[in-house]
Design a protein around this ligand. Sequence first.
Ligand SMILES: [Zn+2]
Length: 509
Amino acid sequence: MKKWTNIAIAGSILSSITLSTIPLHADAMEKPNQIDRPQYQIDAKLDQKQHRIQASETVSFKNKYGQNLNDLVFHLYPDSYNKLETMSNMQAKPNTPEMLAEIKKKYPNVTEKDFLGDIEVKSVTIQGKKVSYTQEKQALKIQLATPLQPHQQIDVKIDFTVTIPFGFQRMNHRDGFYALTKWYPILSMYDPKVKKWDENPYHPDGESDYSDFSDYKMKLTVPKEMTVAATGIEKETIQQNEKIVQVDAPNVREFVFFASPHYTKETRKIAGTTVNSYYDKRNPQSKEISLTGLKSVEKAIPFFNQKFGQYDYPEFDIMETRVMGADMEYPTIIQMGEYSNEGANMSLVHELAHQWFYGMIGNNPYRDPALDESFTTFADMYFHEYDTKGKYGFKTHLSYSEKAIKGMSGAINRPLDQYPSSSDYNEYVYGKGYIALIDLYYKVGEKKFDQIMKTYFAQNKFTNATFANFFEAVHKIAGKEVKDYMEKAFTKPGYHPTHLIQPKKETKK
Ligand SMILES: [Zn+2]
C-alpha cells in the first residue's frame, strides 16, 4: 500500500467529480514442497442492484502443522467495514462531519449507512454435515467434532453474503466500479509454537492480512456488460444476460476481483508477462494515465526481475478503481485510484514492487510490517535511482532522514499495535526502514546488495518469510558483522544509519 501523500483527499473528490489461453508458468503452478497448499473453490454472484455478493466457497485444507487441530479459524475481513472505527485509516472515510458534507456535494443521496458493509456467514458444512460456528471480531471459528490429525484433509464449505460498502475504501462500489478485496472467508495461519490460529482483525493502520499460499478457482456470475479482472487468469462466457467468469489463480496468498461496465484495457507483453492496464473507457485522461503507467511498468518489471528474481506469474493487472487515499497491492493485480490527475501514477511502481515483497515473498504484515513496506519503498526508489540516473531516488529522502531519524530512536519493525500512532507507523515503516536498506546498499556495495536480495528472494519465494530469513541471506552473502548491523537496524531501538551516501571511489593511478 502507499498513501497518497500530496493530494488533498476532499479536494480530489470535488475535482474528480477475455479470453486468455496463456499457459501458466510452471513455477507458479507447482512447487514440489508446496503441493499441500489450501484449495479454494468459490462460486459467487454479484447483485448489482443490492451491491451484494452471494457466494459459496469450499476450502480443502490439509493439516500440515504437525499437530492435532481442534478448531479452524477463518478471517472475515469484510466485517471491518461494519463500523467507521475499524475501517482503514489509510483510505478516505466519512469520519468527520466536514468529510461527509464534502462527499454529499457529489453524492447527495448517499446515507451514512451506505458506507457500511459486512459479511454474513449463512452456513458451514464439513464433509457434507452442517456444523455450528461463531462469527465475531472479524473471525469465523469452527470447533471440530474430532481433531484434525497431521496430514489429514478436510473440506469446509461456507455459504456467505457480502454487502459491499459504497465509498472510498479498498473494498467498495462507487460510480459503477466494484472492488472485491479481502472479501471472502480466508483461512487463517496456525502457529504450532503457541498452538493458536492468528486472529488479528484488520488493523485500521497498515495491513494485517496473513494467509497461506493457496490455489483458487472461482466461478463468478455478473451482468453481461461487466468487465472483470481478478487475481490469476480469467476466461469468460456469456449466457443470456449474464457473464460467467472462470478464474484460475494457483499459488497466491489471496484472491481479489474488480468489475465494472466502464472498463477497457491496454495490454503489453513485458519480459514474458502479459500486463493489462484497465481504465475507465469514458475518460480520455484515464487512457493517457494508463499509457504513461505502462511505460514505467515496461522498465520496472525487467529491473526487478534482474535485481531480485523473476516475476513468476503469467499475468499482471493494473486497475483504475474508486479507492481513495492509498493504492493497494494484491497478488498479480494492483488497485489504483481514479485517474483524475497527474499524481495518479505516483505509487504505481511501489505497488508493482509489492509483487516481490508481499506477493511472491509473503509475510505476516501485522507482526512484520517493515518486511514488505520498507523493502517495497526501497525497491521503488532503487528503480527511480536507475531510471532517472540518480536525479530522483535515494537522495530524495536523505534530507528527510537527517531530520526525522534523530527523533526516531525506537525499533523500525514492531507489531502493528505497538507503534504509538498512525504517523509513527508510517515514518518507521516507510521512512526509516527504507533508509536502513539504503544504509545496507552503500555499506556492502551494489553487487553484494543485489546478491543478498536475490538470495533472500530465491530462498523464500512462495513462502511467508520473517526477518530471520532476510538476516540469514545478509549473513550468507555479507558476513556476521553486516548481519548483526541489520538485525539491530530493524529490530532494536537506537539504530542510526551511517552509510547514506555513495562512498567516494578511490582514484586509481
Ligand atoms: Zn506498500
